[in-house]
Structure formats: C-alpha cells, structure tokens
Design a protein around this ligand. Structure first.
Ligand SMILES: C[S@@+](CC[C@H](N)C(=O)[O-])C[C@H]1O[C@@H](n2cnc3c(N)ncnc32)[C@H](O)[C@@H]1O
Length: 273
C-alpha cells in the first residue's frame, strides 16, 4: 500500500479494469497468470508497467492497470456477512474524526469491510481493536486484512461485547451488530470523555431503541442520517443518472460520550465584562 514506485512491482495489489468496466484485483507475482473473462494476462507483462497503462490480454482485449483504492479493496473483499459500504464508511471516518493516530474500537468484525477502512485511516501510528464473537468471522477478517497488508494495525479480539471492551480512553467506537442498545454502557466505559460513538442499523425501529438507550447512558448530541448515493452515467453528451440505484443500506447513528456530572460556570452575569 506504499506509493514509492511509479510502476507496478511484484507484490503490489493491482486493479485491472476491462473495457466493460468489469474489475479484478490481483497481487502481482512473477510467473503467474490472470484468467479474465476476456483472455489471459501474464503478471510478468504487468510488472514494470507504469500505473495507468493499457495492457492487452492474449485475445487482444484491453485492460487498464491501476492501483486499487481502499473503496475498490472493500468492494472486492471476500465476504460472508453484510459489510459497511464505502458510501457509509467514508462518512463514518469524517463524522467520527478518525484519522492517522486514532485509537478505534469496532464490533463485530464480520467480513472486515469496515476494519479495512479503519485500519487504512489510522495508519501508521493508530490502532483498531476489532471484536467478533464468531471464530469463523474473525478468521475471514484476519485473512482479508493480511491480503491487503493491513493486519499490523489491527488487534482482533474474539469475544462477545456484552462482556465489555478491554480498552479505555479510545477516540471512537463503532457498532455494526443487530442489538447495539445492549452494549452502550460498555461503549461509554471504553470511550474517552467526549469521544465519538457510531452505529449502523437497517431499520428505523432499531434506531429508536438505540436512541433511547444512548439517552439513558450519558450520551449526547445524537444524530441520525441516511446517505443516498445516486451514480450518474459519465457520458458528456448524455449525462444522466444510472437506471438503478441501491435505495437502502442502513441508517447511521452518531453520538458523543458525555461526562455525567455537570460543571457549573463560576462566572455570574455581573462578572462578565
Ligand atoms: C453485519 S456483521 C459486521 C460487518 C462488518 N462491519 C463489515 O463491514 O464487514 C455483524 C457481526 O457482528 C457479530 N456480532 C454479533 N453480535 C456480537 C456480539 N455481541 N459481540 C461480538 N460480535 C458480535 C456477528 O457475528 C457478525 O459477524
């Protein structure tokens, strides 16, 4: 994931895009072949090519050779659960102030979709603590992180979060599991004062239950939102929305962890200059 070289190197992840925009991500290795729906490409022909080059398969079909973005990687990872999609993941990073050096807790790890985005954002000095109750899901997250070279940033914890989080004073904590309202007390205990809480839920009744629990457990500044993404056909002469769109993924809930005691201002009105 470093950007030292202008050409594709052995060991790099490469994104290949056909003229029909079909995408494939591979790790380049000498002597290997890529089977595509439009012919075969030899890794040796790609290694050493500048990123952005056009390469032909043995059938003459053109492919673009590009570095995959983090969104490309998330959409291509192996998954057996619903994942947090890039349109929500980007928003989560911004709303929750997550960046280089942040310490972030998440549950559950699932397929590791959000874990990848968090790990990429907090590098090189931050840390992600990812909780998961099912061993097979933790294995999948570990595999996906290793494939992307991001495993060094993440600590995977196999545990039901009803038992609480090991960490204290974390900057942000995100829950992607069916009943987050059952874990808000544990979340508050792990967060730094004023820290960011976030969750994603598919239905509005779940959101209501979560809001009630947040109010009861010293969270404030609750926000609920839904992000609608309407992609366009990028054709200058016929610029218009795509025929189909994903109408619903989930609702995002954000809140801040408050200190329970209220500090009263010592300044009376008479003191104010
Ligand atoms: C929807 S998936 C998470 C997907 C993940 N955010 C992603 O982007 O790939 C929900 C996960 O939460 C896990 N889970 C559910 N309840 C849990 C609990 N109490 N403690 C830890 N993990 C839990 C499930 O096993 C499942 O893998």
């Amino acid at each position: 994931m470093t950007h030292e070289f202008l050409e594709a190197q052995a060991g790099d992840l490469a994104l290949l895009v056909g003229s029909d925009r079909k995408r494939q991500i591979v790790r380049l290795g000498p002597g290997q072949m890529i089977q595509t729906h439009r012919g075969v490409l030899a890794h040796d022909d790609l290694i050493g090519c500048p990123w952005g080059s056009q390469i032909s398969s043995h059938l003459g079909a053109p492919f673009l050779l590009l570095r995959p973005s983090i969104a490309d990687l998330v959409l291509h990872l192996r998954r057996t659960t619903q994942i947090v999609y890039p349109k929500e993941a980007g928003r989560i990073l911004l709303k929750m102030g997550i960046g280089p050096g942040s310490r972030v807790v998440e549950a559950g790890s699932g397929s590791g979709g959000l874990t990848l985005v968090l790990a990429h954002a907090v590098r090189p000095d931050g840390r992600v603590y990812s909780y998961e109750v099912r061993p097979e899901m933790q294995r999948l997250t570990r595999k996906n992180l290793e494939r992307m070279g991001l495993d060094g940033v993440v600590e995977l914890r196999l545990r039901d979060v009803v038992e609480g989080f090991e960490e204290r004073g974390v900057d942000a904590l995100f829950l992607d599991l069916p009943n987050p309202w059952d874990y808000v007390a544990q979340a508050h205990a792990a967060l730094v004062n004023g820290g960011h809480f976030g969750a994603i839920l598919p239905t509005t009744n779940q959101v209501s239950t979560l809001l009630t629990a947040l109010e009861r457990h010293a969270f404030g500044l609750m926000e609920v939102e839904e992000n609608l993404l309407r992609p366009y056909k990028a054709v200058p002469a016929r610029l218009r929305p795509m025929d189909r769109m994903v109408a619903h993924t989930g609702f995002l809930v954000f809140a801040r962890a408050l200190v329970v005691a209220t500090v009263h201002s010592t300044k009376g009105e008479a003191d104010v200059p």
